[in-house]
Design a protein around this ligand. Structure first.
Ligand SMILES: *[C@@H]1O[C@H](CO)[C@@H](O)[C@H](O)[C@H]1NC(C)=O
Ligand SMILES: *[C@@H]1O[C@H](CO)[C@@H](O)[C@H](O)[C@H]1NC(C)=O
Ligand SMILES: *[C@@H]1O[C@H](CO)[C@@H](O)[C@H](O)[C@H]1NC(C)=O
Ligand SMILES: *[C@@H]1O[C@H](CO)[C@@H](O)[C@H](O)[C@H]1NC(C)=O
Ligand SMILES: *[C@@H]1O[C@H](CO)[C@@H](O)[C@H](O)[C@H]1NC(C)=O
Ligand SMILES: *[C@@H]1O[C@H](CO)[C@@H](O)[C@H](O)[C@H]1NC(C)=O
Ligand SMILES: *[C@@H]1O[C@H](CO)[C@@H](O)[C@H](O)[C@H]1NC(C)=O
Length: 504
């Protein structure tokens, strides 16, 4: 917690109470051991004080800095620092005459916000190799963590109701409750960037995207309130757990959510998810006085697995909608985004339920590939799995040409074709039959269409269109390196009206 230096006693006696400001403090999410956003962005700091008081903020550490005084207005002061290069440690002191509040051991680096539902909430102590991961924590004193408490609100709040875990230098104990995906992402990025990383966890199990979206974003998709369990209500988590953070400068966000929308406004997710991303971007940009980029990088995990065997199309549909129905990101509707495919990381014996796979290392690693390419503009970091460039079909065969070399393991049923006697879009009720892989070359996969009735033609094709399509790391199509799984896709030869933009 911030140290508040009390006024020296004689001032208490000789001056009116108002000028000796015991109210001076930082907002809830500024604390000792924190990370502030490094240059070229400028960190924003704000807090509370007595009305009219003049606050200056100074930095002491590798460089010194002192802001011009700002006046406390409506109980709040706010400053924007000059850009500070990565490094530290610094003390950050807010001062009003004889009273000060100081944050110690502050580093400058990149701040990543980690949001979503239970797979983001999933704790480092719950993953595979948890004890090894926790034992490593102390080796990363420059990766700092902070966790927002689970709270909801019917109105937009300016500060957090409660902090779950204050900013901390990682130790095995502190980290055990912290998000595994968030931590591993930060730790892997630190290995690449070699400068401080601040991780802000703000997520809640079982929550739909609507709860994390402002009313502006929901309106864009025509989403009305239909569910009434308290934490699922429209905007309640946006209000309490995201809106208060808007005035902090951040580098980007990662997100693991969607399970709760497999049976809730599922068909709207292709609108609601991109709308939330753009709305967060606009709001963080505005809240930070344009320091957080208007198009800050946003990474997410495509849904992993839940139920083996025949199921409804909830998970495949959400996976598809997570890409705004393009099948891959970034795309024209979702720029500066990156995705970790996770459908090949099932965990049949997870003690936390199959919906919570324990391998978060691969999920986080795949996210870092996307972050390196999209957020840090590293050239030559492959982060996209193979995706079809061209699909040609005849009565006998379907030929898929991928946009990169593929590594193929034959499968009889991972591809399915829709057989139709009429030129109409295929839907879930259409006749879908398996299309076995018969041949493959460096970038080509040939399927047999023989299971279609002879009077029908191939009117659609889909890949991995199942909740649980493969065994662990054993999907049929990967990048040639074997690292990046091909994401699932579905194509219609005769698209629905309004679907045309999807054809490539
Ligand atoms: C920060 O403050 C602490 C406690 O007052 C002090 O020990 C430390 O030397 C200061 N560090 C810097 C960089 O000013
Ligand atoms: C906020 O969350 C904490 C637990 O994390 C809880 O104790 C508290 O009651 C919540 N407050 C509100 C207003 O919901
Ligand atoms: C982090 O762990 C250390 C040592 O276990 C402990 O002293 C410290 O209070 C912890 N910090 C938090 C925020 O839990
Ligand atoms: C945070 O930013 C918003 C603008 O998005 C502004 O209305 C609000 O007053 C700011 N809060 C503080 C404490 O600066
Ligand atoms: C757990 O550790 C073992 C041994 O180092 C390693 O082979 C395995 O890949 C690790 N699992 C995960 C999910 O990282
Ligand atoms: C698919 O490729 C094979 C060669 O592997 C070719 O003979 C066949 O004509 C192709 N079919 C279509 C529909 O393009
Ligand atoms: C694969 O396809 C996607 C989407 O069309 C494209 O953005 C990406 O650059 C392609 N990757 C490769 C390796 O060609």
């Amino acid at each position: 917690m911030a140290v508040v230096t009390l006024c020296v006693v004689y001032i208490l006696f000789l001056t009116p109470v108002g000028s000796c400001d015991g109210n001076l403090r930082f907002a809830s999410y500024y604390g000792d051991h924190m990370v502030l956003q490094k240059s070229p962005e400028r960190a924003v700091l704000w807090g509370y004080g007595s009305e009219g008081a003049q606050v200056t903020v100074s930095l002491s550490g590798p460089i010194k800095q002192k802001t011009s005084p700002v006046t406390v207005t409506k109980g709040v002061w706010r400053v924007t620092l000059d850009p500070v290069e990565a490094g530290g440690p610094y003390n950050v002191t807010a001062a009003i005459q004889s009273s000060t509040a100081t944050l110690t051991d502050v580093l400058f680096g990149d701040i990543w916000l980690c949001g979503g539902q239970s797979n983001m909430y999933f704790k480092t102590s719950q993953i595979f190799n948890a004890s090894e991961e926790l034992a490593l924590a102390a080796k990363y004193p420059h990766v700092r963590t902070f966790m927002v408490a689970l709270n909801l609100s019917e109105t937009e709040l300016t500060d957090l109701i409660q902090v779950e875990l204050p900013w901390t230098v990682p130790t095995a104990r502190n980290l055990s409750e912290f998000s595994a995906v968030c931590w591993l992402f930060g730790r892997y990025m630190y290995e690449v960037l070699k400068y401080p990383i601040g991780l802000v966890e703000s997520c809640w199990g079982g929550t739909p995207v609507e709860a994390w979206s402002s009313s502006r974003a929901l309106q864009q998709c025509g989403l009305e309130q239909t569910r009434d369990s308290p934490k699922d209500r429209n905007s309640v988590l946006w209000n309490a757990m995201i809106h208060p953070l808007l005035n902090m400068t951040i580098k980007g966000a990662i997100w693991y959510q969607g399970e709760a929308n497999a049976d809730y406004h599922q068909d709207k997710y292709k609108c609601s998810f991109p709308a939330m991303i753009d709305d967060w971007r606009m709001a963080f940009h505005q809240g930070s006085g344009r320091q957080t980029a208007i198009d800050f990088p946003f990474g997410f995990v495509q849904l992993s697995t839940y139920k083996k065997g025949p199921t409804d199309d909830g998970f495949p549909n959400i996976r598809w909608h997570q890409t705004a129905d393009f099948g891959f990101v970034p795309n024209p509707w979702m720029q500066r985004t990156f995705m970790a495919v996770a459908m090949d990381l099932p965990d049949e014996t997870s003690p936390y339920g199959t919906i919570h796979p324990r391998d978060k290392q691969d999920v986080a690693y795949r996210l870092t590939l996307g972050a390196r390419a999209v957020a840090y503009n590293e050239k030559d970091v492959p982060f996209l799995g193979p995706f079809p460039n061209q699909i040609q079909s005849s009565r006998m065969y379907v030929n898929i040409t991928y946009n990169q070399s593929v590594s193929v393991t034959p499968s009889k049923d991972i591809f399915e074709i829709c057989c139709s006697g009429i030129q109409a879009p295929c839907g879930p009720k259409s006749l879908w039959v398996p299309a076995p892989i018969t041949k493959w070359g460096p970038t080509i996969v040939q399927l047999s269409a023989i299971l279609c009735p002879p009077t029908d033609e191939v009117a659609g094709l889909r890949y991995a269109w199942r909740d649980w399509p493969c065994d662990f790391k054993a999907c049929p199509i990967y990048s040639a390196s074997g690292i990046l799984p091909a994401p699932p896709f579905i194509f219609n030869r005769y698209p629905q009206k309004g679907e045309v933009r999807k054809s490539h």
